[in-house]
Design a protein around this ligand. Structure first.
Ligand code: AHM
Ligand code: MG
Length: 341
């Protein structure tokens, strides 16, 4: 029998990363490890969702005016409970909550955590891939003096450009459960072995393939787009490209990260202020943009602004998003500029 090498667990990987920075005190390591525990808990819930009486609408609406599903609530609470007294974060922002979520008194930490607890909510009830997206930044409302971390974080801590992220990633509950993240030193993917309950390094130093194989966009919104966006989609469909759209950003992004592709969620006329599109900057676009850049790709809005350079003015701000293969994203933006209405 051939000896199987022992896989590298995600916790081991994070610990090794910490050792590369002798000045690190272990807070980011601690925070990522807490997230991993939350991810395993959520994974267990997602996997038994069809069996337990937790599917379906809860009858409530979230701050975006969308129906909140029970699993949305469950995952939101799992992350909140895990993080509020871990001592590593000063406050949280979640897609499911209008206001900044405070941590327990006496447990304020060095980092902020913004998250979409369960992205792809329209896919929950129909057994299609969904995921948790997270973004971590250093708080700015206190000095680096550890004693001042006792003060709670505020919304200002979250209104930082995406290029200030220290870590970002997602957990994808798909045909297998994967955690993909970056701390600014490349992108790595870890697959959960459910029999052991550990995430093992399965996708080392992920780079988006050169060829842009897939186009991912909800063409059902075609009539609501600006003319230049309509023209661009016609233009790209005239090339060697296949269409793939799941409707869970995290799953669409993951496929394109592994196989090559461009994902677009343009602004549309359904949006009351007609300029932002559907996706949220802090906990959807920015963390995925960080991953895309680290994997050799790019992420921009429809004016050609790098997603990571957008200064947020609100914690639930939305942005048009064009993300994936660098060359194709740049071509898209050039085309849009040339054909501006
Ligand atoms: P959610 O966070 O409530 O699930 O909403 C965001 C999702 C994204 O995952 C996905 O890309 C998009 O909404 C799909 O929207 P649409 O159904 O308009 O195509
Ligand atoms: Mg989402």
């Amino acid at each position: 029998m051939v000896d199987k090498p022992l896989g590298i667990t995600v916790s081991r990987y994070i610990m090794d990363l910490q050792h590369m920075f002798p000045e690190a005190k272990g807070d980011l390591t601690g925070l990522l490890n807490e997230l991993i525990v939350a991810a395993k808990t959520i994974n267990a819930e997602v996997n038994k969702a069809g069996l337990a009486d937790i599917l379906g609408q809860s009858g409530k609406k979230n701050i975006q005016g969308e129906e909140v599903q029970n699993l949305d609530e469950l995952t939101n609470n799992t992350i909140k409970k895990r993080m509020e007294s871990c001592g590593y974060v000063c406050a949280m922002v979640s897609e499911e909550e209008e206001k900044v979520i405070p941590v327990k008194e006496g447990y304020s930490g060095k980092y902020t955590l913004a998250f979409d607890p369960l992205d792809g909510s329209s896919n929950i009830d129909v057994n299609v891939s969904i995921g948790t997206i997270f973004s971590i930044q250093k708080r700015i409302t206190s000095s680096s003096d550890a004693s001042s971390y006792d003060v709670a974080g505020t919304a200002d801590d979250f209104l930082q450009k995406g290029n200030k992220q220290v870590a970002a990633g997602y957990i994808l509950y798909g045909s297998s459960t994967m955690m993909v993240f970056t701390t600014g030193d490349g992108v790595n993917g870890f697959t959960l072995d459910p029999s052991v309950g550990e995430f093992y390094l399965s996708h080392k130093n992920i780079k988006i393939p050169k060829r842009c194989k897939y186009l991912s966009v909800n063409e059902g919104n075609y009539r609501h787009w600006d003319k230049n966006m309509q023209k661009y989609i016609e233009h790209i469909k005239d090339s060697e490209i296949s269409s793939r759209y799941i409707g869970s950003l995290v799953a669409d992004f993951h496929r394109n990260l592994i196989s090559g592709g461009i994902f677009l969620y343009p602004k549309d006329k359904k949006d009351p202020n007609k300029k932002s599109g559907k996706l949220r900057l802090l906990y959807e676009a920015a963390p995925l943009a960080f991953l895309a850049e680290q994997a050799g790709g790019a992420a921009m809005d429809d004016t050609g602004k790098n997603i990571l350079d957008i200064q947020p003015t609100g914690i639930h701000q939305r942005t048009p998003l064009i993300i994936g293969n660098k060359e194709t994203v740049f071509e898209a933006v050039d085309f849009l500029k040339k054909h501006k209405n």
